[in-house]
Design a protein around this ligand. Structure first.
Ligand code: NI
Length: 139
């Protein structure tokens, strides 16, 4: 951890009051911890927007494996980018529907591209990509 710096924040009370409520409901022990998390979140989002450097994230897909040759198409796309797939989890939700979770890590632009390609694949019912950080450039 780096050297600790202190700074003052001026806030309208109308903003501070709901912020304190939010801190309490989220379980933060103090405002500083909540502000640190908000700053980290903004930095991670910014890094993903510029798609620079390394990134990590989880991709969740729900699809009907009976549809067309969807399961095979998704598998082929994953094999094409196997270097950035850390692990996958496949759950058979019912007779038709599958839920798949992929942990992705690598060059941010490439990770995002794969996530978007899989989500937009015809037949995928729902897909979400949750971005995070490899943690290396974040205090
Ligand atoms: Ni399945």
């Amino acid at each position: 951890m780096g050297k600790l710096a202190r700074f003052g924040v001026s806030l309208d009370e109308a903003l501070l009051e709901p912020f304190d409520k939010l801190c309490k409901s989220k379980g933060y022990s103090n405002r500083s911890e909540a502000i640190r998390d908000l700053i980290r979140k903004a930095l991670v989002q910014e890094a993903w927007q510029t798609s620079e450097g390394q990134g990590a994230g989880t991709l969740t897909l729900v699809y009907d494996h009976h549809k067309n040759d969807l399961a095979r198409r998704l598998m082929r796309m994953q094999h094409d980018d196997h270097e950035i797939i850390v692990t996958t989890l496949h759950v058979h939700l019912d007779h038709y529907n599958c839920l798949e979770v992929l942990v992705l890590k690598g060059e941010a632009a490439r990770v995002r591209a794969l996530a978007e390609r899989l989500i937009s694949c015809r037949g995928v019912k729902h897909g979400t990509f949750s971005v995070t950080t490899t943690g290396q450039d974040l205090a």
